[in-house]
Design a protein around this ligand. Structure first.
Ligand SMILES: [Zn+2]
Length: 312
């Protein structure tokens, strides 16, 4: 391997590296689902047809399910930057995203009993959750590694910081509430991320973590083809392993919820179907004028609310 590559250069399988279990650090695992790649380079495109997934392993020490071998964080960042990751542009999915984000904030407020104060959204993207939180009377701040997304968020009246979320991103004991929506499954060190959340929460503060549930009915029905098994995900959770990850970070799980998610029919066709069915479905929906119709279901996701103990 030679020095750093030019942006946009090709990724190959030789760049994949084995990682230990992200929950317990153990090095022994068994293969749960064999890797399945289409084109590694287009796999990170938000609208890619079917990027496949890494080898999915089950830790022999603690049973946690995770991808390995995987690309480095740096290589992934480069692929994300090259990809067209701009879901902010579609008016219809915009509306359903806002519905979902408002629901997350409401659930966090209800189950923590915290109705006011400062909220941090990690991976805030274009600021949908931040606007929902502002609308519910919170002082909201976000952080995201995508410069474009952060610019959009700031342009729409949100306080968003561009960069990677680290221990130094914010002061200690600063936030009353933190939201981590479909983020811990994308990072190499979810435990480190949640430890940083604990650091930035004030004692008694609460976090809501949302992720895919590989023990869900949808996951069981779709088996190895479960939509969450894709190359963007490093870690995969059951309700029990999500609680263990949260507890390992020194937070106390207080409530576990089955996520309800709202999607437009157009979004479901775009993301839940593969061509040629996707093209056909999109065409039909558009002919019938039904693309914007919104459905609310438990789409194989879970949420957990956890608190930072007062005495800690
Ligand atoms: Zn483990």
């Amino acid at each position: 391997m030679t020095g750093p590559e030019a942006p946009g250069s090709r990724i190959d399988l030789g760049q994949l590296r084995d990682i230990p279990c992200p929950l317990c650090g153990g090095g022994r695992s068994r293969v749960k689902i064999r890797e399945r790649f289409a084109d590694l380079n287009s796999a990170f495109d938000y609208f890619s047809e079917d990027g496949g997934h890494y080898r999915i392993n089950e830790c022999l020490e603690c049973g946690f399910v995770y991808s390995s071998p995987v690309l480095s964080e740096e290589a992934v960042r480069r692929l994300y930057n090259a990809a067209d990751a701009s879901p902010c542009t579609d008016q219809t999915s915009d509306q359903s995203i806002s519905v979902n984000m408002r629901r997350y904030v409401q659930r966090l407020m209800r189950h923590s009993g915290i109705r006011s104060g400062r909220l941090l959204d990690i991976g805030c993207g274009c600021g949908h959750l931040l606007r929902a939180a502002q609308g519910l009377g919170l002082e909201a701040q976000g952080i995201d590694p995508s410069q474009d997304a952060v610019q959009t968020a700031c342009g729409q009246g949100c306080a968003a910081l561009h960069g990677n979320y680290t221990a130094e991103s914010f002061p200690e004991n600063h936030f009353d509430l933190v939201s981590v929506i479909h983020v811990i499954d994308h990072v190499l060190d979810p435990l480190g991320l949640l430890r940083n959340v604990r650091r930035h929460l004030r004692p008694g503060g609460a976090v809501l973590v949302a992720t895919h549930n590989i023990a869900s009915l949808l996951a069981r029905i779709t088996g190895d083809r479960f939509l969450a098994y894709n190359i963007q995900h490093i870690t995969y959770y059951t309700p029990a392993s999500l609680d263990r990850m949260i507890a390992a970070a020194g937070l106390k799980p207080v409530k576990r919820l089955r996520s309800l998610t709202t999607y437009s029919l157009r979004h479901l066709a775009q993301n839940g179907l593969r061509d040629p069915w996707r093209r056909r479905a999109e065409k039909t929906l558009s002919l019938l004028g039904l693309g914007g119709l919104q459905l609310t279901f438990p789409f194989g996701n879970i949420e957990a609310v956890a608190v930072k103990r007062e005495a800690s």
